[in-house]
Design a binder for this molecule. Structure first.
Ligand code: GSH
Length: 280
């Protein structure tokens, strides 16, 4: 009798494991098929057209886009005077990230690959005024922004910040905040920064911002008097601190000891986003 009990328990556990594994595999297959169909749809839609489609998340209530990488690509397009159309129906591309673009039947993901593609395809030169060593410093700053400042922004916005603020800026339901918070916490732990306290993270990220402020000094743009593509990336992230996270500790820094970065953000916004307010 007791043996029969254990037998059925074993069968139950084995069935449960099989259901989980099959479910997991099925979700993976559905995702792949979905992704393939999405990429094929945009390839077909754009292959006989010159229209450049930029896939991004929907607009927020205080900033044209809540994704720093979307703001980077959109600002670059405006700097380079390349016309584009926005699609918010398929914000995530083949690599599962936003933004991505579709142009002449090509689907390109990752802001850096997108900008390289646009420079080559549209023969854009926004760096001839930069001394090579200045451009190298600008690139190092942009990488710090993309790979390090990003985490401070994400932690403050999603994990530490008020969910009411988040709901208002992102225009999303409150239950989604809880899911995003869990995802962000897990990823930040994998990256490393998530093991620090809020005060420690503020200290680390404030140091980054002060460093950029010192490097920018009195220059109008990161390489001097004219913008270069790295400005689009730096602005894409700083604009999130400045306009995309009301009352965050870094906004206070921009308004106090890093006033040159505040002017930098305002300058880029005034030059390339005269229609800022019309975006939401
Ligand atoms: N290296 C990528 C980063 C893009 C990225 O991380 N985008 C975020 C939004 S700001 C995203 O899509 N996150 C969704 C996810 O990771 O699942 C780029 O430069 O485009």
């Amino acid at each position: 009798m007791a043996l029969g009990h254990w037998y059925w328990c074993g069968i139950g556990v084995a069935l449960f494991i099989v259901v989980i594994v099959v479910g997991y595999l099925l979700i993976g297959i559905i995702q792949r098929v979905w992704n393939y169909r999405k990429l094929r749809k945009w390839k077909q839609r754009t292959q006989d057209s010159e229209t450049l489609i930029v896939h991004v998340p929907p607009e927020a209530s205080t900033i044209p886009n809540i994704s720093p990488f979307a703001m980077k690509v959109l600002t670059f397009l405006r700097m380079a005077k390349i016309p584009y159309e926005i699609d918010t129906g398929d914000p995530f591309g083949g690599k599962g990230k936003t933004p991505w673009i579709s142009h002449r039947g090509n689907n390109i993901a990752d802001s850096e690959f997108i900008i390289q593609y646009l420079i080559k395809t549209f023969d854009i030169d926004l760096t001839s005024h930069c001394a090579p060593e200045d451009l190298a410093i600008a690139t190092a700053v942009r990488i710090m922004v993309d790979e390090h400042l990003l985490w401070g922004m994400a932690m403050e916005r999603v994990v530490f910040g008020s969910s009411d603020n988040f709901v208002r800026v992102f225009k999303i339901p409150k239950c989604i905040v809880w899911i995003l918070r869990r995802i962000a916490k897990g990823r930040a732990k994998d990256q490393g920064i998530g093991h620090h306290s809020q005060d420690e993270i503020i200290e680390i990220i404030s140091k980054d911002i002060k460093t950029i402020s010192l490097i920018l000094a009195k220059k109008q743009f990161i390489c001097g008097t004219e913008p270069c593509p790295e400005d689009a990336g730096i602005f894409g992230m700083l604009s999130q601190f400045y306009w995309g996270l009301p009352n965050n500790p870094y906004e206070k820094l921009l308004n106090a000891s890093c006033i040159n970065l505040k002017s930098y953000c305002n300058r880029i916004r005034a030059t390339y986003w005269p229609d800022w307010e019309d975006q939401f």
